[in-house]
Design a protein around this ligand. Sequence first.
Ligand SMILES: [Zn+2]
Length: 92
Amino acid sequence: MTETSTRDISKAEVERFLYGKHITACPACGRFRSQCDLEVHSISCQRAQSTSLQTASTPVDVLMVVCQNCGAIQFHDRTVVAKWLDCQRRVK
Ligand SMILES: [Zn+2]
């Protein structure tokens, strides 16, 4: 059994997710189309605590997808991507 929530998500998998969701073009410049134009960073951050204390300090794992053509950044929830990839694997 694999740790889906913590394992690394490769760039290829992120691309599969983007294509599967039909997010094939950069919202800013219209590129993304092929694998050469995006960069993927995995980051986790703490939610700001100043405003509400009800959601403890749960770190949020996000994948930052950077368009190498124009530099536009898109964020995708890492757990959502991981879950989607798991579903795809199960279907096949
Ligand atoms: Zn772009």
